[in-house]
Design a protein. Structure first.
Length: 219
């Protein structure tokens, strides 16, 4: 049983007065989607991990239902061979929202925007807005302990198994260099203090490993 998933979903459905049939059907769909075989990192465990961090900082959240919905739906569509996962995830969220009478149009648009914002994770220094806490939670994996980060990196490689090693290593290194060039990785002060330094160390360490592998391939 995914305790945090069940608990958070129960909170959302009660807050929005969602009927049992709709709530149960969509929870089943969420679990089914995040259990798809092409997923190795972007699984229900990723959602559980995000919810665990959310629990630690929920007192700073202004719109808890909306943040939780963004967490549940931001990766609900995930096909590593396609470039439009965020857009497709937002579309499926819209489908869910159309069945929820107590979710306003403005709130639906806001959650949709937050899902789409995960495509580039734009950082604003010292922001306390819900969207940036949500995105910092999503990016917290970058600042975890070495072993946890390395496990994450291996799972990302597994999700992109359709790429040859050289192509993946080049592409992954490019993405990581992009993170490294940002003035900061985390928007909110609490996540910046907790994760920024370790995130940069992990990124540098993985870039070094990927560059070493590329040199071996070229040699």
């Amino acid at each position: 049983m995914n305790f945090l998933v069940e608990t958070a979903w129960d909170f959302v459905t009660k807050e929005l007065s969602i009927g049992k049939e709709i709530a149960s059907r969509w929870l089943t769909e969420i679990k089914r989607r995040y259990g798809e075989p092409q997923r190795h990192y972007h699984t229900l465990q990723h959602i559980e991990d995000m919810l665990a961090l959310y629990e630690q900082y929920k007192d700073t959240v202004q719109r808890p239902c909306l943040v939780l919905l963004a967490i549940f739906f931001h990766d609900i569509i995930y096909d590593p061979t396609k470039p439009d996962n965020e857009e497709k995830s937002a579309e499926l969220f819209d489908e869910f929202a159309s069945e929820v009478k107590n979710l306003t149009t403005d709130h639906t648009k806001l959650v949709r925007k937050w899902i789409l914002d995960t495509k580039d994770h734009h950082v604003i220094a010292d922001s306390t807005e819900d969207v940036h806490l949500f995105m910092d939670i999503d990016m917290a994996i970058l600042g975890t302990k070495d072993q946890v980060y390395d496990d994450y990196a291996e799972k990302i490689r597994s999700e992109y198994c359709h790429y040859k090693d050289e192509d993946f290593n080049k592409g992954r290194a490019k993405v990581l260099r992009g993170f490294r060039t940002h003035p900061r990785i985390y928007s909110t002060p609490i996540f910046y203090e907790r994760f920024e330094e370790d995130a940069r160390k992990n990124i540098d360490r993985e870039i070094h490993r990927l560059e070493s592998l590329l040199q071996e391939d070229s040699g």
